[in-house]
Every structure is written in C-alpha cells, then in structure tokens.
Ligand binder design. Structure first.
Ligand SMILES: Cc1cc2nc3c(=O)[nH]c(=O)nc-3n(C[C@H](O)[C@H](O)[C@H](O)COP(=O)(O)O)c2cc1C
Length: 180
C-alpha cells in the first residue's frame, strides 16, 4: 500500500477556527493510505523578504519547507478575508515558492477547500489560492469546494463534510496518477 502524504496549510490562525476543525477532522478520518500533516508553523513565518531568506532562513521557514517537501500533495483549507485568501496563507505560498524554481511546492498537486459564513463560501479566496500556488509552480488540481456555514449550517455534518472528504480522495488520486 502506497501512502499519500498531504501537507495542509490552514488559512486561519483563530484558536476556534472552523477551517482548522475541518482540517483536523479530515486528518482524523483519513483513509488508511492517506496521511494529513497540518503545518502549524505557517503562523510563525515572518512576511517573506528575499534578503532575509538569503541571509539566514528563519527556523519556521526551514520547518515549513521541509514538511511540505516531504509531502506528496499540498492542500489549503481556508476562509476568505476581504475577497481573497488570508495573508497567512499567501505568505506561506510565497515562502514555499522560493528558491525560485526549486520551492517545496513546485510540481506538487495542490488543492483547496474551506468554509466561510457567507453565501459565497470563500470562492474568491479559493480561486486566488489556486492561482497563486499554480504560479508558484504547484500543479493545481480542480478541487475547490466552498461551503457556507451560515447560522444553522453544521459544516461537519456528514452530508456536507462528504464534499471535503471527496477533495482528499481526488488529491490522493492525482498524486497516484502523477506517480504512475
Ligand atoms: C478580516 C476579515 C475579512 C473577512 N472577509 C470575508 C470575505 O471577504 N468573505 C467571506 O466570505 N468571509 C469573510 N470574513 C469572514 C470569515 O470568512 C469568517 O470569519 C470565517 O469563519 C473565518 O474562518 P475560521 O472560522 O476558520 O477562522 C472575513 C473575516 C475577517 C476577520
């Protein structure tokens, strides 16, 4: 059995983040041949700055790059801030895009999902994250799943959560076909 390792970038640092709960539930319910590694250190990354990276790469950046490099696939689980992805996710993609052409995200299948309480469910954030990761060198897999939480919608309810599980399955399959 080949295990697919998925590095997960959560676009919210909020302690009670719903997107984090989605990521943790995906990790805890993953099939036996899929492992999800939630990369908490993206919250410790300084804003990307080239001379900082050249002089002495910060420890958090070294860790994030190593963990993503060790994964087969990258998954962003993110809300939307002001019509785009939160800065913490954008910044993580920037760190993973360098060194130019050799960043840890280069060539990796990349997917995105997430939830927000608005009717749009984060579609702009997801489109922007996919575009940015693609320009950074990832191989974007068409997976974006937007979910509106609303006041009375339980995003962890099985019938809604199944759409997120489907994304993980699609990414695992993308990895297998890339490896074949
Ligand atoms: C600064 C800020 C900007 C936001 N902008 C948007 C937005 O443009 N679209 C949207 O759907 N939700 C927006 N929201 C609401 C977030 O999607 C909502 O807070 C979400 O639940 C955060 O996810 P979390 O529970 O994982 O922290 C914004 C929230 C904040 C704090």
């Amino acid at each position: 059995m080949t295990t697919t390792r998925i590095a997960v970038l959560v676009g919210s640092l909020r302690p009670d983040s719903l997107n984090r709960r989605v990521a943790e539930t995906l990790r805890d319910q993953a099939p036996a041949d899929v492992e999800l590694d939630i990369i908490d250190e993206i919250g410790q990354l300084p804003f990307y700055e080239e001379s900082l990276d050249a002089a002495s790469t910060p420890a958090a950046a070294v860790t994030v790059r190593e963990r993503v490099a060790a994964a087969d696939v990258v998954l962003a689980v993110t809300p939307e801030y002001n019509g785009t992805m939160p800065a913490v996710l954008n910044n993580a993609i920037d760190w993973l895009s360098r060194p130019y052409g050799e960043g840890a995200i280069v060539g990796k299948p990349f997917g995105v999902l997430g939830t927000t309480p608005t009717p749009y469910g984060g579609k702009w954030a997801h489109a922007d994250a996919a575009r940015s990761a693609g320009i950074a060198g990832a191989s974007v897999v068409e997976t974006a799943v937007h979910s509106q939480t609303g006041i009375d919608v339980d995003v962890l309810a099985p019938e809604i959560f199944a759409r997120f599980t489907e994304v993980v399955r699609t990414l695992a399959e993308a990895r297998q076909s890339a490896a074949a």
